[in-house]
Design a protein around this ligand. Structure first.
Ligand code: HEM
Length: 337
């Protein structure tokens, strides 16, 4: 009997232990594992596929701010953070490399017959003022714009957050306010030089003969040769395009929705980096690339022999118009020995 009682006691003890163990296991563990409480709710991916966007509810007046996510936004961000940087770096550094190689190979294009000492007026004061106003604005717009594209990754680590913040704030002011004299300058350039920049057959012949810069040939050219006409149209068309897209960005959502804004930014940025590359070539030829070119826009005059080698048709026209002596200024002062 005592043995039986002992066995029953052992069994009851074992049962009590099992019961206690079951109680101690967390409640969640007792749930069947196959049940997922969020299984029937809509997933982010499904929402994007169905609606092309994820929107919340917000109480501020600008309801565009309620859009949390849309596929086009990601595409645009990828363009801005990856594609544009590659394109910009290749265009700008590629052009710098090309110009360095070209300079090492060709050197400065000299006035082969030497300076005559007689000067011819090439640009009047108003033309030079418009040129330098537009050029100064362009350089500051390019630096301040490229700061948006590359500043964070290139400049921030170099100068630190405080200096970068101050510079970026000023850069933004430059970019906004200098856009106005720049746009006026582009329009003025269009008006004052359009007459000499209509492409014609002479330009084709000029280009076939290397434009007088690749070899040592001097193909005849009017006041503006084929290369200068190309620069003129890049400035007029490129300048108009960056101005139109730039003002769409500066006054957001007045004229277009989000897709239009993204397109405006994409076009603005692509044209801007190509524009910078083209202007580097223009700056090269106007400075170290060609003897006597800078003074045309610096002082407004060129040496008659420079004009004969690079713009013979223009020189002949000027001579015919005013007579050989009237079109030329006094000889330059002989430099001190
Ligand atoms: C009328 C002329 C122009 C206007 C109204 C204008 C306006 C703007 C605006 C509003 C932005 C966006 C700024 C921001 O996100 O805070 C911008 C960006 C930019 N601009 Fe201009 N801009 C003009 C000319 C130029 C020129 C001439 C260049 C260069 C040659 C240029 C290069 C750039 C670049 C590189 C960006 C940054 C693109 C990016 O990474 O998102 N812009 N511009």
């Amino acid at each position: 009997m005592a043995t039986l009682v002992a066995r029953v006691r052992t069994m009851l003890g074992a049962l009590a232990l099992v019961w206690l163990t079951v109680l101690a296991v967390p409640v969640a563990a007792q749930q069947p594992t196959s049940v997922n409480p969020t299984a029937s709710s809509v997933k982010e991916q499904q929402l994007l596929q169905q609606l092309q966007r994820i929107e919340g509810r917000c109480t501020i007046p600008d309801q565009k701010a309620c859009t949390i996510e849309q596929p086009a936004g990601r595409d645009w961000r990828r363009f801005h953070n990856v594609t544009l940087r590659w394109l910009g770096a290749i265009a700008i550094l590629g052009m710098v490399l090309l110009l360095v190689v070209f300079y090492l190979w060709r050197g400065m294009v000299r006035i082969e017959s030497g300076r005559s000492g007689r000067l011819l007026v090439r640009f009047n004061a108003f033309e030079r003022f418009i040129h330098w106003m537009t050029a100064t604005c362009f350089i500051l717009l390019a630096l301040s714009g490229l700061n948006i594209t590359f500043g964070r990754s290139l400049l921030l680590p170099l100068i630190g957050p405080e200096a970068f913040t101050t510079w970026s704030q000023y850069a933004k002011y430059f970019h906004n306010y200098l856009s106005f004299p720049f746009a006026i300058g582009v329009f003025a350039i269009f008006l004052i030089w359009i007459a000499g920049n209509i492409p014609n057959k002479v330009d084709i012949e000029w280009a076939k003969r290397g434009g007088g810069i690749v070899g040592h040939d001097h193909p005849p050219a009017p006041r503006f040769n084929g290369g200068q006409k190309m620069i003129y149209w890049i400035v007029v068309i490129g300048g108009t395009a960056v101005a139109v897209t730039g003002y769409l960005l500066m006054f957001p959502f007045y004229a277009t929705g989000i897709q239009g804004m993204q397109l405006a930014q994409t076009v603005h940025a692509i044209i801007a980096v190509l524009f910078v590359a083209a202007m580097l070539a223009h700056i090269y030829i106007g400075t170290i690339g060609m003897e006597g070119a800078f003074e045309a826009m610096g002082e407004g005059t060129v040496d008659v022999n420079w004009a004969r080698e690079h713009h013979r048709l223009w020189l002949e026209q000027e001579m015919a118009r005013t007579g050989p002596n009237e079109s030329q200024r006094q000889p330059m002062a002989t430099p001190a020995e």
